[in-house]
Write a protein that binds this ligand. Structure first.
Ligand code: LLP
Length: 379
């Protein structure tokens, strides 16, 4: 009764064969997610491109699925550029957005065959000293940001450490133009896990105003406009999905209207999502190994913040199902096996009564799950 499956595989069989804790991914779901985004945007904009943000899940088998669907790769470090290259993804198919880069990073980025997206205008002269790139992109902070993950995860706006304050945009591009850069791109990353289509319209409008003014003031053309990631997924059972068709419709209209308003030759339109593509395709399986009747009752599992950091770091909700048990019966406190009290990663969750040997399935851990895990306590 109520046995859990991922695709066609029974989770009990997976754990029986491979042990726990165990991350499992559903390839068909990843393909359906990426195809949905391509369809929504490409039906409205021919030159729309997707770059998968490999930071969200750097498993090469998963990145390979996204590459096979036509995505380039968005990377955040030299190591991630190397991962892209391992998959045969090179040149303009790789975007590199680092922040607070060292000279060593700039040197390696300059040698790597990737589009460099600088997070600060002050990095440009340091890069140019090594070599003036043919193409440059700058990450602009349009002074607004939004996140459904929480305050900690707002990636733009006046408090954020990312991007170039939009008032400095012309200074950055003028510097690049005067140094001999030939092709220009622009980037922003303002939202995280946003499920409101109108937000994407708002930020597109803002960025396109910046692009239009800069292009006309400096007499340059933009080769591409990258709206970043941030397409959200619902984590809680009663949350609504992001309407991707509506999002694409609003974004593409705003983009095209601004191209006309500023008489721009339409640049390529890009996005670099991670979570939307892989988030709901990942599951974390774990087992109940010990139950303690202390001042509170603790259910001890092999899932801790070493294997899934999001609940501890952001107080993030992940839905949990129990293999073979249904119904929400009692309030449970679930902990991992780490020597840290913050490892009680799920407090007062209504779940069926748990016993030793029960198998838990934690949902929507495909993005920022395994890649944020680490081997603390030797686990
Ligand atoms: N591009 C850049 C430059 C980024 O910094 C990010 C995410 C993405 C793309 C992909 O964003 P997405 O489409 O996945 O929202 N650890 C947090 C999320 C941090 C996101 C950091 N940057 C979490 O667990 O929710």
């Amino acid at each position: 009764m109520s046995r859990l499956y991922i695709g066609e595989m029974a989770v009990s069989e997976l754990v029986g064969r491979l042990g726990s804790p165990l991350y499992v991914y559903d390839e068909q779901r990843i393909r359906a997610n990426v195809q949905r985004v391509f369809k929504a945007f490409r039906s409205r904009c021919d030159n729309f491109e997707l770059y998968y943000a490999i930071k969200s899940n750097s498993n090469l088998a998963i990145a390979a699925i996204l590459v096979s669907e036509g995505c380039g790769l968005d990377t955040a470090s030299i190591n991630e550029i190397e991962l892209a290259n391992k998959l045969g993804v090179t040149g303009e198919q790789v975007l590199f957005t680092g922040n607070y880069l060292s000279d060593e990073d700039l040197q390696a980025a300059s040698q790597a065959d990737a589009i460099i997206n600088l997070d600060d205008a002050a990095l440009f002269p340091r890069l140019a000293k090594i070599k003036v790139p043919e193409t440059i992109c700058f990450r602009i902070n349009p002074a607004i940001g939004k996140s459904n993950v929480g305050e900690e995860d707002v990636l733009a706006g006046v408090q954020a450490k990312f991007g170039i304050p939009f008032e400095q945009t012309a200074v950055a591009y003028k510097m690049a133009r005067d140094a001999g850069v030939k092709k220009f791109g622009v980037h922003m990353m303002t939202g995280s896990c946003v499920t409101d289509p109108s937000y994407f319209e708002e930020i597109t409008t803002r960025l396109m105003d910046i692009v239009g003014k800069t292009a006309n003031e400096l007499g340059i053309e933009f080769d591409f406009v990258n709206l970043g990631g941030g397409l959200g997924i619902p984590y809680e059972p009663d949350e609504a999905e992001l309407d991707i068709d509506k999002t694409a419709s609003l974004v593409v209209s705003a983009f095209k209207n601004k191209c006309s308003e500023y008489s721009l030759q339409p640049p390529r339109l890009m996005m670099e999502p991670g979570r939307y593509l892989v988030g709901d395709a990942g599951f974390l399986l774990g087992k109940v190994h010990a139950i303690k009747e202390s001042y509170r009752r603790f259910v001890g599992t092999d899932i801790g913040f070493n294997s899934l950091m999001r609940p501890t770091l952001y107080n993030a909700y992940h839905h949990i199902c129990v293999d073979g048990k249904a119904g929400n019966e009692v309030l449970q406190n679930i902990t991992g096996q780490l020597c840290e009290n913050t490892d009680v990663w799920c407090v007062d969750r209504k779940l069926p009564e748990l016993e030793l040997g029960d198998l838990l399935m934690v949902e929507k851990v495909g993005a920022y799950g395994f890649c944020m895990s680490y081997p603390y306590n030797g686990r």
